[in-house]
Design a protein around this ligand. Structure first.
Ligand code: GRF
Length: 210
């Protein structure tokens, strides 16, 4: 079983998509062993509790500086002995040490088709605001491995979503979640659990089932 730790900061709809996909057998050979939130009292923690998954809070405000916070975060993750770490709306830049330690074992869901609308400052509604400002007709979501950069790691899966006339950032955000994020994040975990995702020369490849 692929021991998976999910890191969250808010609503946790992507976490829910993982929980549901596991229950429905759409993700095989994996389990969520811990959910860690960077904020207390968020809906994502409620979702974890309801699903019987141990939750933890590692919040910056509880620590004396970034170094101490980073240490606590790494410790909390290490304790769960994960094979895979999923960033599902985690609004904290990961310590470099963590990224190095879990190379090609951390994935992130980003609500655009990378390399569009990504990088520093592109999170939450901002991504969709910028897509609408630019007038793109297609946007989408990307699941990628996390490297030392921001949204720059090997791309595992992407799914396109149509931008419709009159879309507000909120409406577009919801469509991207429903039609792309909640599908490709569970799919990526299932593929990784099946050992079907390989990284070479900085690119991720999904291998066929023999
Ligand atoms: C999602 O749009 C995800 O792509 C982004 O943050 C949002 C998290 O939403 N990284 P939720 O907490 O999973 O509902």
């Amino acid at each position: 079983m692929l021991r998976t730790v999910v890191l969250v900061s808010g609503g946790g709809t992507n976490l829910q998509a993982l929980i549901d996909a596991l229950a429905e057998g759409k993700i095989r050979n994996a389990g969520i062993v811990k959910v860690i939130s960077s904020k207390p009292g968020v809906k994502a923690l409620e979702r974890a509790e309801k699903a019987g998954i141990p939750g933890a809070v590692v919040a910056k405000k509880d620590y004396d500086g970034t170094e101490a916070f980073n240490r606590a975060l790494i410790e909390s993750i290490d304790l769960a002995e994960p094979d895979l770490i999923v960033l599902a709306g985690f609004l904290v830049v990961l310590p470099e040490e963590l990224v190095k330690k879990y190379e090609n074992r951390i994935i992130n869901i980003h609500p655009s088709l990378i390399p569009s609308f990504c990088g520093v400052g592109y999170y939450g509604l901002k991504v969709h605001e910028e897509a609408l400002k630019r007038g793109v007709k297609i946007t989408g979501a990307t699941v990628h491995f996390v490297d030392e950069g921001c949204d720059s790691g090997p791309i595992i899966l992407q799914k396109a979503v149509e931008v419709k006339k009159g879309d507000s950032p909120e409406v577009l955000q919801r469509r991207v979640m429903e039609e792309a994020e909640w599908q490709i994040l569970p799919e990526a975990v299932d593929l990784i659990a099946a050992g079907r995702v390989r990284v070479s020369n900085g690119k991720a490849e999904v291998t066929e089932i023999l």
